[in-house]
Design a protein around this ligand. Sequence first.
Ligand code: M1P
Length: 236
Amino acid sequence: MNIYVFDMDGTLTPARQPMQKDFSFRFLPWLKSNLAYIAAGSNYEKLTEQLPPDVVSSFSGIFSSMGNVYHKKGVEIYKNEIKLDKEMLKSLERFRKTTTYDGKLYNNYMELRPGMLNFSVLGRNCPFSEREKYHEWDNIHHEREKIAKYMNDNFKDYDFSLGGKISIDIVPKGFGKEQIAHVIRQTHPNDKIIFIGDRVVEGGNDYTLAQALHAMENTEVVAVENPEGVLEYLNL
Ligand code: M1P
């Protein structure tokens, strides 16, 4: 039997946006006749805003906040808490203060989630139009990549990775999406695990999960660029 695992933002939905109607129309019947999990970087509250309730309830399990929270059929199974290094937080503050991005900056630039921190120079309270504007600027200037590289080189106890369009996900080493591979393998020791994500290469926030699966037998990692890629892979 195949066990499917899906990233959410950029894979099942556009980043931080609701699942598109046409997508859920084609995906839901498939989901109801297969065994699947979600492996999201986002937190559970945002996930339930973005996915229709019948989609949420049709997954066998939902991992959110980079695998630091696990829900099964609406019941919380575990939640990890962490303490963050003050020097690391100061470095992030410096990046926010010295950015060369000349647009307006918004609040909620360090969002603490269970087991992780999400950092965005722009600030998560920005409107959608500003999110797109920053993302286009970042595609040219690679600010997030440069910050993540600096932080990965200087704070080795943490993993800094890119998931969506405006932010960086930060977890203590070992507390990223790789946790999900181990939980699912324990639950399904003999089945094939197939993971589908848009950020499976180094630097992306699906990478550690992809790596953990590569190290196990009977697994497959599928890289997609967007939800259309998921439909294509599943032949829907
Ligand atoms: O799941 C992908 C990412 O989605 C959001 O990213 P952004 O706001 O940068 O577009 C965040 O929830 C992020 O944590 C998550 O990894």
